[in-house]
Design a protein. Structure first.
Length: 506
């Protein structure tokens, strides 16, 4: 399978796409004025403690305070005390967990070293933790949690045993821990030592800055989106990286040479006049990621709808009518849908509760086949997922980790016309609302002028189809109704003004 990364660099935005055999699998972007917060390490001050939800709000120098739950407090109180500058004997072994209440751990005005683990989403501020971690190429350093482990995605037992022996021999400082990442597979002790030294050096710089600062401030930011992705995802499976910026091309070459010396991936500078995303057909593919209907190759389709509480995905046979075997057609459609759903969740970065309505299948065997296919397809997803078996109604419930806004939320705001509902009132509905208001006016006043301002479509309805209804309302009260079109009004907007000074001539 040929994998390529395509990078587009503009003045205010960086975009990159991961292609597999020319198919868009992942898409990310970052804007200069709204960089990703997740991963940043900050000197924070506790602004408010809320015992009722066992959490506190932490000022990290941003517009919104960070949210810190008691479960996200540091594993090792001794290690945290060390960062605070206290002299303590620190054990290298894990400490037994001590369950304490948030009001016993922090108070308003306290200083805290925190790391952002989830970007702000909608009206919610960023989520923070005192369990700081620093990711490298092969290792993740846990400066205040003396734990050691190996990524679960490394499944080979002999490789895990080899890595365990290397991990036990690494000179990890007391009170710190290390997790070996998936990319550690096949790595050498020399590479791990280099990674460890860099991470420990970085941590000591951060700890020093923390002690020297007095105000809420960011002490460390994650690298930009391109380098972060290359560090986390670059491997021998990525054949080529194509970038359309000369300066970014040079920077990437330096970064790969210094941070990923064994990487054989080709870095290529794109020189053609046609915009790079246009040349690779990505603009149309990205546009499709915002549509609710997604067609499958077999002729079936998905309908993806997002609400405040969950994401619903409906699977339909569509044009895939099959031949004689209806159950076989349904099974084939559901299996293809399972693969495409996994891709769409990654591409759109949809998270939270997800309910998938597969086409009803008669047998448990077929339901399990579709469930297994979806689970296999989700294995490559970096976000954590949890699935429940398909019910007899054909419904599958799952969750997907949500650490930032979805692609749609990041690029679109609520429609000022419908305020996010996706629906607007019919002209007939608005006309009836206006008639009710005119009836109310006529019940309390006589012989007055009433000016009705409304959208041209509504005014046209009032003058034609509902003209008789307006006359029946106006005649008993002897009110004079003037219908005035306002092109700037949206369909649901209207106003009725009563001119008390102007009387209707009898």
């Amino acid at each position: 399978m040929k994998k390529e990364i395509i990078i587009n660099v503009e003045n205010t935005e960086k975009r990159f796409a991961l292609l597999e055999d020319g198919v868009l699998e992942e898409y990310y972007f970052e804007r200069s004025h709204s960089k990703r917060l997740a991963g940043s390490i900050c000197h924070g001050k506790v602004s408010k403690v809320v015992p009722g939800i066992q959490a506190c709000f932490v000022n990290i120098g941003r517009r919104k305070n960070g949210f810190l739950h008691v479960s996200d407090m540091v594993d090792s109180p001794k290690a945290y005390a060390e960062v605070m500058g206290e002299e303590l004997d620190v054990s290298t072994g894990p400490e037994p967990p001590v369950k304490k209440k948030i009001e016993e751990l922090v108070h308003g005005g306290d200083d805290l070293l925190v790391q952002v683990v989830k970007d702000p989403i909608g009206s919610k501020g960023p989520r923070v933790t005192t369990n700081v971690s620093l990711p490298g190429r092969y290792l993740v350093l846990l400066p205040m949690a003396p734990r050691r482990g190996i990524s679960r995605r490394i499944e080979d037992r002999s490789e895990r045993e080899r890595l365990r022996k290397i991990l036990d021999s690494l000179p990890i400082p007391d009170s710190m821990g290390v997790i070996m990442r998936t990319f550690a597979q096949g790595g050498t002790k020399k590479s791990f030592l280099r990674d460890l030294r860099l991470l420990v050096y970085l941590w000591r710089r951060i700890a020093k800055s923390y002690k020297e600062t007095v105000k809420p401030a960011c002490l460390h930011e994650e690298t930009d989106i391109v380098k972060r992705f290359l560090r986390d995802a670059m491997s021998e499976t990525i054949q080529k990286v194509v970038v359309d910026s000369k300066s970014e091309y040079k920077e990437l070459k330096r970064f790969v040479h210094s941070s990923l010396p064994k990487c054989s991936t080709e870095i290529e500078f794109y020189r053609k006049k046609v915009p790079i995303f246009e040349a690779y057909g990505l603009e149309k593919e990205i546009e499709k990621a915002f549509r609710s209907k997604v067609w499958l190759k077999c002729g079936g389709y998905l309908v993806i709808e997002k609400s405040e509480a969950l994401v619903s995905i409906d699977v339909n046979t569509g044009r895939n009518v099959g031949e004689d075997d209806a159950e076989g057609t349904i099974l084939a459609t559901n299996i293809e849908a399972a693969r495409e759903i996994a891709r769409q969740l990654r591409l759109r970065n949809m998270g939270g509760i997800i309910v998938i309505d597969f086409i009803d299948m008669r047998t448990k065997t077929n339901r399990k086949m579709v469930y297994d296919e979806l689970r296999r397809s989700l294995k490559r997803d970096k976000a954590r997922t949890y699935l429940l078996p398909i019910s007899e109604l054909g419904l599958l419930e799952m969750t997907r980790q949500r650490d930032k806004e979805s692609l749609g939320e990041a690029l679109f705001g609520k429609c000022p016309y419908c305020e996010g509902t996706g629906d607007v009132k019919l002209a007939e509905t608005v006309s009836i609302e206006i008639q009710r208001d005119l009836r109310r006016i006529g019940s309390g006043r006589k012989n007055v002028d009433v000016k009705v301002y409304a959208h041209p479509t509504v005014v046209e309805r009032l003058k034609t189809g509902d003209a008789g209804a307006i006359e029946k309302i106006a005649k008993p009260s002897k009110i004079n109704v003037q219908l005035l079109s306002v092109s700037d009004y949206h369909l649901e907007q209207w106003n009725c003004y009563v001119d008390e000074q102007s009387r209707v001539r009898e």
